[in-house]
Design a protein around this ligand. Structure first.
Ligand SMILES: CC(C)(COP(=O)(O)OP(=O)(O)OC[C@H]1O[C@@H](n2cnc3c(N)ncnc32)[C@H](O)[C@@H]1OP(=O)(O)O)[C@@H](O)C(=O)NCCC(=O)NCCS
Length: 198
């Protein structure tokens, strides 16, 4: 159950661009990256927001007082993705890994590109609820994502994805320019009724 002091809202791409510095701030904090990463990722996130089928959700702290009309509190979580297609960097990187195994990417998938909750707000159901809402409105037949490998799949991201039924596509996959091993995971859409909000 999401705590009452947080509000989850659908973002359109223009809202997302307005909120970009805040969203990137949550990203570096959640991933434990140095703040300089905000600058290096900004152009990529902007470009993502212009891709076909972009959609996103954010969570905000609810305002405590409304003396001057409705306001939103700080952004505390971000979730977005877009329609996957040939020509995208991620598509190419995953296609190469699959080709080595004689496999191909599905023809119709959404890439869950980013999902991050600021550390102070983790473990309150925000990530699960944002992801559930994001997936509920996607027209594609499959969702795919990549996430860093961690020992025994022991972090919030792995637990969340496994609990939603994500299965392995690639393990210990190396993306160009990143020394870390990643897993590529996927699951068919839509989510089942049994995976309604908790
Ligand atoms: C992964 C992440 C988005 C999940 O969001 P969240 O709001 O913390 O997660 P939720 O509270 O919705 O919990 C979802 C599930 O994740 C697991 N989980 C979440 N936080 C956890 C934690 N600290 N320890 C263990 N499991 C955890 C639980 O299995 C939980 O399932 P439950 O609902 O049955 O309890 C968030 O933890 C995060 O931003 N992590 C760092 C950044 C990251 O790894 N992003 C994904 C990169 S691919």
């Amino acid at each position: 159950m999401v705590r009452m002091d947080t509000v989850i809202t659908r973002l359109d791409a223009a809202d997302f661009r307005d909120r970009l510095p805040e969203a990137l701030g949550v990203y570096v904090e959640a991933m434990g990256y140095p703040p300089q990463v905000i600058r290096t990722r900004a152009a990529a996130w902007l470009e993502h927001s212009r891709r076909v089928g972009w959609s996103g959700y954010a969570a905000f702290e609810a305002p405590r007082r409304r003396l001057f009309g409705p306001t939103t509190g700080p952004l505390v979580a971000i979730c977005y993705g877009y329609h996957g297609s040939r020509g995208q960097w991620w598509y190419g990187q995953v296609a190469e890994g699959l080709r080595a195994r004689g496999l191909e990417l599905p023809g119709d998938y959404v890439e869950l590109t980013e999902l991050h909750v600021s550390p102070a707000h983790q473990g309150n159901g925000i990530g699960r609820e944002m992801l559930r809402r994001f997936l509920a409105e996607r027209p594609e037949g499959t969702v795919m994502l990549s996430t860093p490998e961690v020992e025994d799949e022991d972090n919030g991201a792995w637990k969340l994805y496994r609990s939603l039924g994500f299965g392995d596509v690639l393990r210990d996959h190396r993306f160009d320019g990143d020394a870390r091993p990643f897993a590529v995971l996927s699951r068919p859409l839509p989510l089942d009724d049994g995976e309604a909000p908790r």
